[in-house]
Unconditional design. Structure first.
Length: 196
């Protein structure tokens, strides 16, 4: 990394950990929480795991030299920590299905203002189905799909977060999308279009 391409955030982290960390949380808490919300299906769990993610990040940064802090790729690094926190949570807790009430609560604020209440109701319903279908995907595929299409990371960034080759990510995303399509089909066998 040359002086001309120094990231202001990582420069701040290198110069003053506490000040830089405050900015790191401000800039990336939405992406971390969004990822955790979509893989867990529960806002309260996402908040708890998000706090754990940033706590682990701060502890790790305390042991990094200023030079190492200046070389971080903050978003990928934080999402890798969040993915590990989530996997640990899944391993340590008894898996339980996402309840319909949680999906309805979680999706209540997702409707974009639109032309009218009918369109908004349909969008909330479609998004609820999508959240429910996402919760039924295998963990690795769910994580890859959420990182790729919800967080908006490239395949190489997802590979970095999941610590696997890009080809593996492409396969996980492909399998996840195929599974989602199957889950979103209605009882007549016609594909149901998901809200954007």
């Amino acid at each position: 990394m040359t002086d001309e391409t120094v990231d202001p955030l990582t420069a701040r982290l290198a110069a003053d950990l506490d000040d830089g960390f405050t900015e790191l949380v401000r800039l990336h808490s939405g992406a971390v929480r969004g990822y955790l919300f979509r893989v867990t299906g529960c806002a309260a769990t996402a908040d708890d795991l998000g706090q754990d993610t940033f706590l682990r990040a701060y502890v790790a940064l305390q042991h990094y030299s200023p030079g190492r802090r200046s070389q971080l790729r903050p978003r990928s690094w934080l999402l890798a920590i969040a993915a590990n926190v989530w996997r640990n949570h899944v391993r340590s807790s008894a898996r339980r299905p996402v309840h319909a009430a949680e999906i309805n609560d979680a999706c209540g604020g997702w409707a974009e203002p639109g032309p009218g209440p009918e369109e908004r109701a349909m969008a909330v319903d479609d998004r609820g189905r999508l959240v429910a279908a996402l919760s039924r995907l295998p963990d690795r595929n769910r994580s890859a799909v959420v990182l790729r299409f919800v967080v908006g990371m490239s395949n190489s960034e997802v590979a970095e977060v999941q610590d696997c080759p890009v080809g593996t990510v492409k396969a996980q995303v492909s399998r996840g999308l195929t599974c989602l399509r199957g889950l979103l089909q209605d009882e007549t066998g016609r594909p149901r279009e998901a809200a954007g």
